[in-house]
Design a protein around this ligand. Structure first.
Ligand SMILES: NC(=O)c1ccc[n+]([C@@H]2O[C@H](COP(=O)([O-])OP(=O)(O)OC[C@H]3O[C@@H](n4cnc5c(N)ncnc54)[C@H](O)[C@@H]3O)[C@@H](O)[C@H]2O)c1
Length: 263
């Protein structure tokens, strides 16, 4: 028996067209899952991103929706269910970030962070749980947190608070919905080699020096390592896990260290 075979799983992932999401989708699809991909991006743009990421499975479908809005979450679920049936696993993965010193942190950014990172995860997980309870299905919720859920980090304090909130949400869903057979877990990545972090790592020696110091393993996290963690959590190998955070961060959370703290 292939313990990592996902052919009987239908996985819905929000924010799936992002830098990490597309690598996760490819991994899950390669292991046989049907993957329903959600993002706010228009369909043509999303499909181009998925094609560029070499996601060619005939079992990957895209759905545009802003998951901060309850009516869009309901519409998303209906469309997904019509195409592929109800998802068996739902990944609340959409997230945004913004960096400012605390004293200048704009309230609009603070609100936007909580809206996307926490409210959308709650809405999607709540909607999925309602449908699973109705259908007597034992679904699985996955939340994408971050190592900073437990570690303060300069200039992203509201973001760290959203991820701490997400961890609390995950544990609450796991505890309250266990009697229905619904499980909930989280993945907490480190500093991932995508977007701005990768660009700065490649071009700015100062940033690279600081990042090497902040990451005990001393290199940025390959997104594939996150995809492998999703694969494990979506597989039957993780079937007894609920209420857990899988920290996959190269050791970032072992000690809070930045360039202002010389040893
Ligand atoms: N990049 C990192 O270093 C890192 C580290 C730890 C955790 N994470 C988390 O991983 C997740 C993905 O991060 P990423 O680096 O791939 O970011 P990204 O910006 O590349 O991807 C996020 C995606 O979410 C989508 N999105 C935003 N708002 C949405 C909404 N309202 N509805 C639907 N989709 C929406 C965006 O369009 C984008 O495609 C986030 O939750 C992030 O907090 C990232």
């Amino acid at each position: 028996m292939d313990l990592l075979d996902l052919t009987d799983q239908h996985i819905l992932i929000t924010g799936g067209c992002g830098a990490i999401g597309r690598v996760v989708i490819r991994e899950l699809a390669e292991h046989g899952a049907t993957v329903s991909v959600n993002d706010v991006l228009p369909k043509t743009q999303a499909q181009q991103i998925l094609a560029d990421a070499e996601i060619s499975s005939s079992h990957v479908f895209y759905y545009q929706a802003d998951v901060t809005q309850p009516e869009e979450v309901a519409r998303l679920w209906q469309q997904v269910e019509k195409q592929s049936g109800a998802p068996t696993i739902v990944c609340c993965h959409a997230g945004i970030t913004d960096a400012y010193p605390i004293q200048n942190y704009p309230l609009e950014s603070f609100d936007a962070l909580f809206k996307v990172n926490v409210r959308s995860a709650f809405l999607v997980a709540q909607y999925a749980s309602q449908r699973w309870i109705e259908g007597k299905a034992a679904g699985h919720l996955l939340f994408t947190s971050s190592w900073v859920q437990d570690v303060p980090w300069p200039e992203i304090t509201p973001y760290t608070a959203t991820k701490a909130g997400l961890k609390a949400l995950m544990r609450g869903f796991a505890r309250e919905l266990a009697p229905y057979g619904i499980r909930a877990n989280a993945i907490a990545p480190g500093i991932v080699a995508v977007g701005l972090a990768k660009q700065q790592w490649d071009t700015d020696p100062g940033y690279r020096q600081r990042a090497e110091k902040a990451i005990p393993l001393a290199y940025l996290q390959p997104p594939e390592t996150i995809a492998h963690t999703f694969l494990f959590l979506c597989s039957r190998m993780a079937s007894y896990m609920t209420g857990s955070v899988m920290l996959v961060d190269g050791g970032c959370s072992l000690y809070p260290m930045d360039d202002s703290q010389e040893s």
